[in-house]
Design a protein around this ligand. Structure first.
Ligand SMILES: Nc1ncnc2c1ncn2[C@@H]1O[C@H](COP(=O)(O)OP(=O)(O)OP(=O)(O)O)[C@@H](O)[C@H]1O
Length: 499
């Protein structure tokens, strides 16, 4: 297990004179799962992009099996057995598993044409060797998202990769699916494959990783066996300070007289909503728990006018509404922090300021002109409150790290000051320090009498902030529970699994 496979030595990288990696060292042994962790913008992705040939390092050396190698482009990484498993899946749903695995490297027959039979046979051999129990002749869309991930890995391994980089692989997996992935990772380890594992989910790191390397502000903080680390120590090293009791729930008194939002028998055959009913009161934080496919996202998207529904009634402040577009939803006092920020929440080519001010441009308009000073002040204040790591208000959002992009999405809707916030997994990809900041922000919104519906697959997070939790199953509200009646995470977990 101690054989050194990869060594990255004194790696430095700057963007526009800003040093984002400062002589960083990273080592990977054969058959090791090595977690690379750090706050948003710490430099994890940049280091991995250097390893996969997406970016070029400014200085430093990379060795594989003791031999110095040069990685100038993605091809070089591939040749050296390094592969990235994509978080945003690169599989084509309508192609078979075999076709997906060998896409762009299809086995050919003597005439130079794609040999489907050979492709299927090769895929079956590969899948068998990895103990992945799927049928290569079936289209991938027949399988759950966990299997997509396994097929992604099989695809990476079809290039004879020895090093796999996994960036937040569990962010869209349920608890059971995560277990499937972890078992598979252990199997890969036994086969001598080495894995670099990036995640903001701390418990996972202690569960799966052999060693942990922590980066902070582009510098090494620590590399240590995970068995000799505690959760608190990891968090402290990432954040650079001790975190207060952010995840501790505090009981709040909610006056449940007139609901601000009333959903009655919401039904959509197409989107699998089966007569959903619930109420949301002023100043209340309503948690929504449920497995993937239970209808979580569909509810908020229906409320926000993105998805249509067949029947049912939505009332805002006791007035029946018929919202057909996001614009109408905004006019009715709603805001949505969507799950997939890159495709739904941001204009990546625009600046932090433009993105944050987008929903309030009308409000900022004085006569014909936009009040620029006011806009700048609002943006600067939000950058400070949410600790958004950016070079400034004019930095393009595409250059921010993933977690900081998420904070911009939240900031954008806070500026709009709606009455009701719909938040779909608001802390996905957000580091532990920022997570506590977002939890605090949600609490302060509720104190200002805003009402919040928050979907989260992290039950710890739901338990920390919700006043009430509804558990969804098969497009129905299986249970509605007051927070004070839930005594442990296991209890909620049980409710989510069983409904
Ligand atoms: N192409 C780029 N141009 C300018 N700055 C960049 C570019 N890519 C990354 N950065 C900056 O480099 C820093 C490190 O970003 P990186 O994406 O490596 O962080 P990270 O640790 O992966 O964060 P996260 O956990 O949020 O994904 C950030 O401040 C980011 O804004």
């Amino acid at each position: 297990m101690c054989e050194l496979l990869l060594k990255m030595e004194n790696i430095s990288k700057s963007f526009d004179k800003i040093k984002v990696l400062k002589e960083v060292n990273f080592e990977l042994r054969k058959g090791e799962i090595h977690a690379l962790v750090g706050g948003n913008g710490a430099g994890k992705s940049t280091l991995m992009k250097i390893l996969t040939g997406v970016y070029k390092k400014d200085s430093g050396n990379i060795f594989i099996n003791g031999t110095k190698i040069e990685i100038n482009e993605p091809k070089d990484a591939k040749v050296n057995g390094i592969a990235m498993v994509f978080q945003e899946f690169s599989l084509v749903p309508t192609l078979t598993i075999a076709q997906n695995i060998f896409l762009n490297q299809e086995p050919k027959n003597r005439l130079g044409l794609i040999d489907d039979k050979k492709c299927l046979k090769k895929a079956q051999t590969l899948l068998n060797s990895l103990h992945i129990d799927v049928h290569p002749e079936e289209t991938i869309d027949k399988y759950s998202v966990a299997y997509w991930q396994l097929v992604e890995i099989a695809k990476a391994l079809s290039y004879n990769s020895k090093i796999l980089i996994m960036d937040e692989p569990t962010s869209s997996l349920s608890e059971n699916e995560t277990e499937i992935l972890f078992d598979f990772m252990k199997h890969l380890k036994e086969k001598g494959i080495s894995i670099i594992y990036i995640s903001h989910r701390m418990e996972e790191i202690l569960k799966i990783a052999d060693r942990v390397t922590i980066l902070r502000n582009g510098e090494n903080v620590l590399t240590q066996n995970s068995s000799s680390l505690t959760l608190e120590q990891i968090i402290e090293h990432i954040v650079g300070r001790e975190l207060e009791h952010a995840f501790e729930w505090q009981k709040r008194d909610i006056e449940r007289k007139e609901p601000v939002l009333k959903v009655k028998n919401l039904y959509s055959k197409r989107h699998n909503l089966n007569n959903i009913s619930f109420e949301l009161y002023p100043g209340e934080i309503l948690g929504v728990a449920g497995l993937m496919g239970s209808g979580r996202t569909e509810i908020v998207e229906s409320l926000f006018g993105i998805k249509s529904y067949d029947s049912g009634e939505i009332r805002i402040n006791n007035k029946k509404v018929n919202i057909k577009s996001p614009q109408e939803a905004m006019n009715a006092g709603l805001a949505l922090v969507p799950e997939n920020r890159r495709t739904k929440g941001l204009i990546l080519d625009h600046s932090v300021k433009d993105n944050i001010l987008l929903p309030i441009l009308k409000k900022l308009k004085e006569k014909l002109f936009i009040n620029d000073k006011k806009g700048r002040d609002i943006t600067e204040k939000l950058i400070k409150t949410l600790s958004i790591k950016t070079e400034g208000i004019n930095q393009k959002v595409k250059f921010l790290s993933g977690g900081n992009q998420q904070k911009v999405v939240i900031g954008k809707w806070t500026a709009h000051q709606p009455e009701i916030f719909l938040m779909d997994e608001p802390t996905i990809g957000v580091d532990i320090g920022a997570k506590t900041e977002i939890i605090e922000l949600i609490r302060s919104l509720a104190i200002e009498n805003k009402s919040i519906v928050i979907i989260s697959s992290e039950l710890q997070e739901l338990l920390a902030i919700s006043d009430r939790i509804i558990v969804l199953k098969n497009g129905m509200v299986a249970r509605a529970i007051n927070r004070e009646d839930i005594f442990s995470e296991e209890e909620l977990q049980h409710a989510v699994q069983k409904g």
